[in-house]
Design a protein around this ligand. Sequence first.
Ligand SMILES: NC(=O)c1ccc[n+]([C@@H]2O[C@H](COP(=O)([O-])OP(=O)(O)OC[C@H]3O[C@@H](n4cnc5c(N)ncnc54)[C@H](OP(=O)(O)O)[C@@H]3O)[C@@H](O)[C@H]2O)c1
Length: 247
Amino acid sequence: MSSGRTLLITGVSRRIGAHLAAHYLARGDRVIGTYRQETAELANLREQGLHAIRIDLTDTAALPGLIDDIAAYTDRLDAIVHNASIWPSDNDCASQPELITQLYQLHVTTPVQLTLALQHRLPAPSLDGRATRTVVFLTDTKVSAGSDGHLHYLSSKAAADSAMRSLAISLAPHTRVNAIAPGLILFHEQDSTEKRANRLAKNLLPFEPGAEVIAESMDYLLDCSAVTGITLPVDCGLNLLNPSARD
Ligand SMILES: NC(=O)c1ccc[n+]([C@@H]2O[C@H](COP(=O)([O-])OP(=O)(O)OC[C@H]3O[C@@H](n4cnc5c(N)ncnc54)[C@H](OP(=O)(O)O)[C@@H]3O)[C@@H](O)[C@H]2O)c1
């Protein structure tokens, strides 16, 4: 995919979403990014040209406004990246059952609705058999192995992975749809030294990769015109060690 594109990335206020937005802005692409919280990263991205839209993506009533805003900003959309996510534990979900609904809304229902609605408002032309738009879901490498602490989170990511394949079928040939399934990419600030060491020991490649590996994977999925309907594990080999590799 050539530069000078327009991308929509959800959840750009921090970490991987912020890194992806900065990566494509630095290349001269136009980036529309959704956020909930104002952050220092978001302020930097605005200075680099980000078109930022504040929205809670679990608020279904707000989605038509988001679609209108995007269509007013651009008549061309080359890529949609469904990055926004929450990661509640099963204990969190037991004490706040509304989180279960939010997981499916954020990881599955909203991305599918948004993808289809934007297809209607900003249709991707099909010229010569090659797709002109790419959609990428961020899922999780543990989807196939399961987890003893994040059943609801992983189930919702599994549903997103399945939705990705159905969309790849229904939106061909003008749109390619794929997923990146990360393993550990970035630790959280509060993770202890012991937790970090234990977690890294489960990888075949025991290092913290950082968000740049997601940008590299995204570049591949945006650029490789013959790839659709795949899930690309980016997990330092963790999937080979499943199902014993648990959090
Ligand atoms: N980091 C990893 O090691 C790792 C591992 C496996 C999978 N992944 C996947 O990779 C993606 C990025 O990971 P990450 O670690 O960067 O995630 P993160 O730090 O949890 O950030 C998630 C983003 O989603 C946004 N978000 C959350 N709830 C939202 C809502 N209701 N409406 C709109 N936006 C919402 C957040 O916005 P606000 O902060 O503004 O609320 C934030 O920008 C996610 O899909 C994640 O599941 C990451």
